[in-house]
Write a protein that binds this ligand. Sequence first.
Ligand code: SF4
Length: 450
Amino acid sequence: MDCLEFLQTTIAKKELPTYVYGYPSKRAYRAFRQPLRITDVAEQASRSKQINIYIHIPFCRYRCTYCTLFLTTRHRQASRESYVARLVELVGRYGEYFGDREVVSIYFGGGSPTLLTQHQFGELFVALDAAFPKRNPRCEITVESAPDSFDNNLLDCLKVLGVNRMSMGIQSMEPGELAHSGRPYSVETAKAAIEALIERFSHVNLDLIYGLRGQTRDSWILSLCRVLDYAPQTISLYPVVVRPMTSIITSKAHNPELFFSEAEKYEVYDQNVALMASKGYRQESFTRFTKIAGDQAYRQEVSDFEGTPLLGLGAGARSYFGQYHYSTDYAVNWSAASPIIDAFSARPFDPHAIASHGIRLTQEDLARRYVLLGLTLSALSRKNYAAVFGRALAADFCEELEALERLQLVDLADGDTYQLTHTGFKYSSIMARIFYSGTIVALEEQYQAA
Ligand code: SF4
């Protein structure tokens, strides 16, 4: 099936594949034949004077029914302390190699990073300031959180430490939906948490999920409107993804009538786009809507697209250094995730073996990644592509781009930059699939989740 036919058929069937925000996914990673050395990645990063940092905190109080992120709910104070101690050591050691770079962004993701204490955040920031002293004046420092995972003292501390962007998973503002999602807190807790963030931080992103068990079109709009009342700078709206190894998959198998169909999710999406525009939000991607004027709402993503290396620290954190994408091993099930986290905490830095698991991308896959991310960000420039890859974009992706233009999924602004149209945003998850190479498709399909 050619690209045009694939797009036409999949769009007509109203299929909604998992939202693609990177390429390739971790499912394409495998054990390296030889462990990766720090010199391998340093060589890849030699042309960049900047760096992004991602720190993974894989601890949550509970696992939400739909969540497949890399985390454990079985952790104690001692295990969190030894995990943070290892992170502090790694920050220092990587600073010896990359500490002369200007830091564009730092992102604490999880899990629920706000389960760490003020003291633990303090230790991490002291290490970061010492090892990576050069900060871009607009350095974006984000911490992810869950509504019942922090108190106001912690937020005050984060603000003093320089955090300027908070992201929180709200998912729903309806008590039954929260309960069915495995979130054991009240709507009042969620409201208080939103107020606490809005009061303190100039950029707050709130996540909501549509298609949760038992959700109706009305209850969804009610949740969204309740969140809009707080006017956060950014709101991210995700269709629920029902993946293997989650409890929601069993729930859906028993009661499919309690879930939106794919076609209904697209209808809700259309409603969301109209509502968000009416409230003054600009659409940045399939999921993200922002009021931030003149800038992207998630700089780490933009900087990654522009070729800045991403140093991932922590169990499950991904790193991107040119051709090398790597992480620790990966698992969903707690019984497989916990030993990986323990091994991370116990293993000192070894410059001759910084990672054993990942992928070395070919030049072709780097080009595919560039095009896919560029389209997602509405920033795919012909000129920039030619400057990066030394070839014409139209020559490398002639069939794909012709298909996208023919279906009016993209516009060619100013004769140079491809931007998604309204229809392009809507079908961006389908569109992304035409840029996957056969190798990556095969690796992802063969992946056996633990
Ligand atoms: S709080 Fe967030 S990271 Fe933790 S289990 Fe729920 S969705 Fe996953």
